[in-house]
Design a protein around this ligand. Structure first.
Ligand code: PAF
Length: 282
């Protein structure tokens, strides 16, 4: 597998192998890869002749320094997982200096409100950080398609908005959430949960599934009350937010309308580890 650390070396290598007949797929990651990432990479491999996986822990999207410091860096293990998928994967693993030169700061974007709710409301500046790095990675690699997981559904919608706003010619593809056997959405953060909490965290998806059943015939207000009470009664999980939103605008809804798609979004703390998840409701 080839590993590049600088934008220029990666660009000139890609220019030397790209052609109209060879499509490039990209999977941007922050490393600590798990089977959820593997599913994105497998899809990129199946739909493109060239697959680039970036591994970069992006400091500007962390609003909490402790979270950044604790973020697992497992490059050797990540390369082994990728190698099992294909020896032809190209890894881009730049340093912070390479991506940001002297100023480690974000650009400011107008994501037209998509960044004002949920993750954006609880993690100030997070989506400007995501936008800054994803824009830079997409401009460096110039892929035909880029793959992102639906676990970060808000991020996915914001990246779609980003490429439209910045006129970046790439197709953004959302891929389904992969789950552990108890339903917990796969995430690099799950590694920080002890065995008991990892088991208990299956409660998050159980609750989301019940919300989706209730959505058919109960009011938003009663669903919210029920779900909030479930978490209040749970000794180990603390609800940060639960929101039922229009999938397109991400704004919370008070009632349902015809021809709209809705999703429930949740963020929960399990002993200081922040877990997010979501489920389509119709
Ligand atoms: O989803 C992630 O892992 C990150 O937010 C991303 C898209 C790689 C940007 O750093």
């Amino acid at each position: 597998m080839l590993v590049f650390q600088t934008k220029n070396e990666l660009k000139s290598y890609l220019n030397s192998i790209k052609s109209d007949a060879k499509k490039v797929g990209m999977v941007p990651t922050m490393g600590a890869l798990h089977q959820g990432h593997a599913s994105l990479v497998a899809r990129a491999i199946s739909e493109n002749e060239i697959t680039v996986v970036s591994i970069f822990v992006n400091p500007t999207q962390f609003n909490n320094q402790e979270d950044l410091l604790k973020y697992p860096q497992t490059f050797e293990k990540d390369s082994e997982l990728l190698e099992l998928l294909s020896k032809d994967i190209i890894i881009f693993a730049p340093s912070v200096g390479e991506m940001y030169s002297t100023e480690v700061t974000s650009k400011k974007y107008d994501f037209q409100g998509l960044d004002k709710v949920m993750e954006g409301a609880f993690r100030e500046g997070h989506f400007d950080g995501v936008g800054t790095i994803v824009e830079s990675l997409l401009l460096t690699v110039a892929p035909d398609k880029a793959y992102f997981g639906e676990k970060d559904f808000q991020q996915l919608q914001i990246i779609k908005k980003l490429v439209a706003l910045q006129n970046i010619p790439v197709e953004i593809i959302g891929c389904p959430i992969l789950r552990e056997p108890n339903g917990l959405a796969m995430s690099s953060r799950n590694e920080r949960l002890n065995r008991e909490l990892r088991r208990e965290a299956g409660f998050i998806y159980e609750t989301l599934k019940t919300i989706s059943t209730k959505f058919a015939d109960q009011s938003i207000e009663s669903i919210m009350e029920w779900a909030t009470a479930q978490f209040q009664a749970h000794p180990q999980l603390r609800l940060e937010y639960l929101q039922i939103s229009d999938e397109e605008t991400l704004n919370p809804i008070g009632s349902k309308k015809e021809n709209k798609k809705y999703r429930a979004f949740i963020a929960v703390f399990a002993d200081g580890v922040r877990l997010i998840d979501n489920i389509a409701l119709n």
